[in-house]
Design a protein. Sequence first.
Lengths: 117, 444
Amino acid sequence: MKLITAIIREVQLDQVREALIEAGITRITVSPVSGHGQQLTKEYYRGQVFVPDLIPKMRLEIAVNDKFVDVTTDTIIKAARSIEGDNMGQVGDGKIFITNLEDCIRIRTNEHGESAI
Amino acid sequence: MTHLKRKPLFALIATGLLFSGKLMAQESVEIDAGATAWMLTSTALVLLMIPGLAMFYGGLVRTKNVLGTMMHSFAAMGIMSILWVAVGYSMSFGSNVLGGWFGWNSDYVFLRGIDTNILEGGVPEYVFSMFQGKFAMITPALIAGAFAERVNFKAYVIFIIAWGLLVYNPLCHWVWAEDGFLFNMGADGAIDFAGGTVVHISAGISGLVAAIYIGARRGFPKQNVRPNNLVMTLMGAGLLWVGWFGFNAGSSIESGLSTAQALTATQVAAAAGAVTWMLIEMWHAGKATALGFASGILAGLVAVTPAAGVVQPLGAIALGIIASILCYMGIMLKNKLGYDDSLDAFGVHGLGGIVGAIFLTFFIRHSWMEDAAAAAGGSWTIWNQLGVQVAAVAIAIVYAAVVTILILFILNKCIKFRSPDEEEMMGLDQVYHGERGYGMLNAS
């Protein structure tokens, strides 16, 4: 079992979610977060150019059984990578972290392990 | 508003008696301080409805569109003000031109010629013009609820300018100007006290047409669009209710008996609408929602708008009840038919306006019917008046629908009204305004 944590652009959330549902991954947790990355977007506001320090992003958390890891990450990458002209992918598209998951318990039934996911 | 008579000052100016004409005007009509004070208050109250509407609509959309949606109202407040002073007042309240399509009086361009005018009721014409201007501002802002969350801001700006010039001003002229053809239809005119046809039906129908023309939002109706802030929506509904006293009671253009009648009708219709909607929801859905209560307030207010001058409190309550029932059914039907009138601009304003303008016929106070009978030279029944009301409503519907489609068709050739998919996903705030509504909720 793995825990997939993806940090993506806010604006790609709908797209990623729809793609995941289409791929059969329906159990996800989403939260708004903000942080630093490589992305330096200049914004122009009230006549001044500035670089926002903490950039808002969306965090997706998906716990999956091992055989679903690839399909999940592939789907996220495909949907969250921004396309501008011929350029596939932009700085700021986000990251995916995969961690091992010790256990998973369904509260309702007290089931453990793979069947609880 | 139906009994407003304007002093023929411009006739005097036209004959070259400019100076003496103005003197005579000032001698013949004294300023009525009471009426003027109330009309100034009403003007401010109607203005308050526009930020109220911005809050009402702004709370109902998703977080990424809150500013864009509020800007639809605020942009109308700025743009329509200038447009009204430039040509709107002239097109609405000038004398018939082009066969009565709209009015024109070059003295009204930038309100040049009304600097010292006082209307027969003792109210400076500036006040009347500014009061009327507020109606021209809120009407396009109402339409925006039908196509919320998916239009290009630049195209929206052009749309409301064209719509104000080609739909609002002519309709306003027909219904409220002394030589407007709906003002003179039947024995004593089509009854539209404060803008059922001019404001609500025209905005509702235009919104419906536009919503169908540009199509539904991405993911509609499968994706449930949650309101980002119902607290703001309720505050907006409250401001609208308060402001509506200016809208309706101010439309008497005096401070007297008819003002009091309109104010009372407004209060009870809003309350009846709200309570009815609440009861329907408790019975039909099991829970009385806050949004439902607010929708009921609006349905009642919209329905009493054309009627406020002619109905007594019981009639106003009846209109509020009928409006809430029919608007509720209308929204259920919308969900079945599947067109995306996002914030129910048609469902509440269009339907409510139609309900008010037609059903008011059955609750007209006797004195009005007697006056109408005298004007008709004998008898005038409610069925005669019903015919006039239905005709006025039908004309407003057809005119608003046809011209709105034409505007959208031509506009789409120049600049796409509908946002492209990517921009719709990013949200209006970021794409068209470069801002976030609730930045303070983020760590940065």
